[in-house]
Design a protein around this ligand. Structure first.
Ligand code: AR6
Length: 231
């Protein structure tokens, strides 16, 4: 059922438009845009060579732990391809644990183009950073710093100059950053995960006792950082 109403759109002359009387029909898309949403990559599982099975266990365990504190906020694990092993492992394990798929799900796409390419609005995105918080180096770090532009680099320097493994830093994004204007991203959270790659600093030489602890701490820091701005 619809009714006719008179409305002024962006200051233009009034015009007749039809609006639906079903409140859900009009509010649902608006509602989705407003839901605090964190998009995050699988920390440490590419360049840092962390075991995918262990990493996917930790992701699901940490998501489950934070579910109760989330309120209406959402967590989205992102990777570049439909063939992503870590996405399918996490999907299977999350389903097994009956994790609410409205508040935690996986998404295929470039984390710097979730809204413009995929129509998914995430107000916060996470970066799998390096300890110096420097641009470049490939992977998601290069993509996030490229997309964020000089504004992200400067804002990052304001918050921290380095990061210890297992830690995260929340960076408010200036509106001059393309990530803000194009994607609607208001914060980037840099996370430093454990490194198993001998060619990168702080290699743990396959010590998965330490590695798993650090990855757990990394996700706790990330989700706590997100909650601190989502509320
Ligand atoms: N969008 C979404 N996911 C991505 C993107 C993207 N644009 N790019 C990569 N991934 P990695 P790490 C996924 O290697 O293992 C950097 O050079 C990727 O498929 O970016 O924590 C830093 O400077 C994988 O699932 O991060 C560090 O030195 C996940 O993101 C180091 O690499 C993480 O892959 C960190 O290594």
């Amino acid at each position: 059922e619809t009714k006719e109403t008179v409305s002024s759109l962006s200051g233009a002359a009034s015009q007749k438009i039809k609006v639906s009387e079903d409140p859900m029909a009009d509010s649902s898309s608006q509602h989705d845009y407003d839901v605090p949403t964190l998009a995050f990559p699988s920390i440490s599982t590419a360049d840092f060579q962390f075991n995918l099975g262990k990493a996917s266990d930790i992701i699901v365990e940490k998501v489950e732990e934070f579910m109760d504190k989330l309120g209406n906020a959402r967590l989205v694990l992102v990777d570049l391809t439909h063939g992503s092993k870590v996405l399918s492992l996490v999907r299977a394990k999350a389903a097994q644990k009956n994790i609410d798929s409205k508040r935690f799900f996986t998404f295929v796409g470039d984390i710097t183009r979730l809204y413009s390419d995929g129509g998914l609005h995430c107000n916060v995105i996470a970066n799998a950073a390096n300890w110096r918080l420097k641009p470049g180096g490939g992977g998601v770090n290069a993509a996030v710093f490229n997309a964020g532009g000089p504004a992200l680099e400067a804002a990052t320097k304001n918050q921290a100059i380095s990061l210890l493994p297992g830690n995260a830093v929340v960076v408010p994004l200036p509106s001059t950053s393309p990530l803000y204007s194009r994607e609607g991203v208001t914060h980037v959270i840099h996370v430093l995960g454990p490194n198993m790659n001998p060619e990168r600093p702080n290699c743990l030489n396959n010590d998965y006792i330490k590695g798993c602890k650090i990855l757990q701490n990394a996700y706790s820091s990330l989700f706590e950082g997100f909650l601190s701005i989502a509320k």
